[in-house]
Write a protein that binds this ligand. Structure first.
Ligand code: MRU
Length: 367
């Protein structure tokens, strides 16, 4: 997507001089647009853990490039390579794409002599990043008819109202986004859309990142408190929900940013279609029961008790918002059972959120 008239992806590598992974530093958005340079596996691991980069596909692609740095740093030692791989994988436990990208790199490298690892890992990292963008673009194509169908029932010019949670936009991938790809595609095709953007406490990825992205593409949108969605659905103000996902079981259970489950319940109660958009790199082909078995990342309670924003002086600052001394809990994700998901939008098309529906589109699973 374009920022200030220039085309960007969220993460890329540079081989001119010292090997470098470059990322858009998402901690600064929407207040500042800065590129960060990462030159060691340790720096990549910190950037993922501390959410300089975030979002399932983006952390997968960043880990892919991290493995390229690892292929140089390990100096031909397979033991060291595996240690560095484990360091990357441990940074964020819920999103599948991260572990998937690291495992894909290890598989690719294991087929070659150690002297070739940096070159092989570079190629694989480039492929992971490019595929991520292409798969998201296709999600946009497959999701467009769902939006068009609703638009056809509306008065001319009346927008299709889409609610989304967190940021499953281009910042969460290398480009396009998952939940936002159908929205961007529809908007570019001249279909009137309006997006209800859940602010997404505690880190406010909706208010900060999704709103910034939509503004950049000129998509009409309104930021709302996380608790408003149910009311809007009761009033007929939401035509569909589209969210992303950090991990989806092969049976269709969806782990996504905490709060997603409550939106799915409200959508079910109000007959609002609830779609989940994902590239196949987000499927977990081993897990059947998402509620029981998907590991849910628990983050620092400080993300709940403090909030960050920009002061009138232009400085970024954090303020306390919770009674001093009160306990906080900060589970980063929740699981929406497949029965609440209307359909999945993938790079291969749309399918039911069920073992059979997913198997029809992906008969070989992750193979
Ligand atoms: O904790 P984050 O910001 O990395 O969480 C990921 C997300 O932004 C959402 O859960 C998103 O909807 C899925 S990632 C495409």
């Amino acid at each position: 997507m374009k920022v200030g008239g220039r085309q960007y992806v969220t993460v890329w590598g540079s081989r001119e001089g010292v090997p470098e992974v470059r990322v858009i530093d998402q901690r600064k958005l929407p207040f500042a647009f800065e590129i960060e340079s990462l030159t060691t596996v340790g720096a990549v691991a910190i950037a993922i853990r501390d959410m300089h980069v975030r979002g399932a596909g983006c952390i997968g692609a960043t880990a892919g490039y991290g493995m390229w740095l690892a292929a140089g740093e390990c100096r031909g030692s397979e033991e060291r390579l595996r240690e560095l791989a484990a360091q990357l994988t441990a940074t964020r436990p819920t999103a599948t794409n991260l572990a998937w990208a690291v495992a894909r790199q290890l598989r690719a490298l294991s087929a070659h002599d150690a002297s070739r690892w940096p070159e092989i890992a570079w190629r694989e990292a480039e492929a992971i990043a490019a595929e991520d963008a292409e798969w998201c673009r296709r999600i946009g194509e497959h999701g467009l008819p769902l939006i068009r169908e609703v638009a056809a029932r509306k008065a001319p010019g009346e927008p299709v109202n889409i609610l989304t949670h967190c940021n499953a936009g281009w910042l969460a991938f290398t480009d396009w986004g998952s939940a936002t790809a159908p929205i961007y595609t529809a908007h570019r095709a001249g279909v009137a859309v309006h997006v209800w953007v859940d602010e997404t406490r505690p880190r406010n990825q909706g208010a900060r990142l999704t709103a910034w992205e939509l503004a950049g593409e000129g998509v009409p949108h309104t930021v709302i408190a996380d608790n408003l969605g149910g009311h809007l659905m009761q009033k007929g103000e939401v035509d569909m929900v589209i969210t992303g996902t950090d991990r989806t079981t092969y049976t269709g259970d969806v782990a996504n940013k905490v709060g997603t489950y409550l939106k799915a319940l409200a959508a079910k109660d109000n007959d609002v279609p609830f779609y989940v958009a994902l590239p196949s790199s987000t499927f977990d082909w081993e897990t059947a029961d998402g509620v029981a078995d998907i590991p849910i990342e628990e983050r620092d309670g400080g993300e709940v008790s403090r909030v960050e924003g920009m002061l009138a002086s232009g400085e970024l600052a954090e303020v306390d918002i919770v009674n001093p001394g009160s306990a906080t809990a900060n589970y980063a994700f929740d699981v929406t059972p497949a029965r609440l998901v209307t359909a999945l939008i993938t790079e291969r098309g749309i399918c039911q959120a069920s073992r059979e529906g997913i198997a029809e589109l992906f008969p070989r699973g992750g193979g």
